[in-house]
Ligand binder design. Structure first.
Ligand SMILES: Nc1ncnc2c1ncn2[C@@H]1O[C@H](COP(=O)(O)OP(=O)(O)OP(=O)(O)O)[C@@H](O)[C@H]1O
Ligand SMILES: [Mg+2]
Length: 182
């Protein structure tokens, strides 16, 4: 994978050597939910395509976020305390001691329209929820293998990967149809 500009909006979304195949319904469902919810969690078994789906959707909606779309892989992190640091590094936000980094991040993201893609959150769910709650940026797509979806008050919406679970796919579509879904 490598990074390449896809439009005027800044981003660090990795590009792929292979084309995105199929999954039109999943892309549509995810875009629909993201339009009405600030936080989506894509869950599913390992290798089912969560990251690829998140990146595809992020690339497609990038134009809606003037501050860009930012991919943060949390897999290498072992300590939830460093989730804000990982986000700040990608966004090139510097810590301003003695201010908490999260407060600086919240200011920066509050002033920009940004989409965050938090990849591999399963081992850091609580830390991710805490950060997302503080930031409440325009959009966040989180991916995680089977586990607890990130839920922050009323700002969360779950988007289960449909390819392995048809019943939950229907739930996604019902949520999409519901007005004001969060
Ligand atoms: N729609 C698709 N078109 C083409 N390739 C895909 C598609 N979905 C997934 N893949 C490929 O399948 C592989 C697994 O996908 P991906 O990494 O997104 O799974 P994942 O659910 O995020 O896995 P993990 O739980 O390990 O993070 C990757 O090589 C990815 O590029
Ligand atoms: Mg993944």
């Amino acid at each position: 994978m490598s990074s390449a500009a896809r439009g005027p909006q800044p981003h660090n979304l990795p590009t792929h050597l292979t084309s995105f195949v199929g999954r039109a319904q999943e892309v549509s469902d995810t875009r629909c939910l993201l339009a009405s919810a600030r936080l989506l969690t894509l869950t599913g078994a390992g290798g089912v395509g969560k990251t690829r789906l998140a990146l595809q959707v992020a690339a497609e909606v990038l134009g809606n976020y003037s501050g860009g779309a930012w991919f943060i892989d949390l897999a290498p992190l072992h300590d939830g305390a460093f989730v804000p640091t990982a986000v700040a590094e990608v966004l090139a936000v510097n810590e301003e001691p003695p201010r908490p980094l999260v407060a600086t991040l919240a200011d920066v993201l509050g002033a920009r329209s940004v989409l965050l893609v938090l990849d591999n959150c399963e081992h850091l769910v609580a830390a991710c929820a805490e950060l997302v709650d503080c930031l409440l940026c325009e959009g966040t797509v989180a991916t995680e293998s089977i586990g607890q979806p990130i839920q922050v008050d009323e700002h969360g919406a779950e988007c289960f990967h449909p390819s392995r679970d048809k019943d939950r796919a229907r739930v996604v579509r019902q949520d999409c149809a519901a007005p004001g879904v969060r």
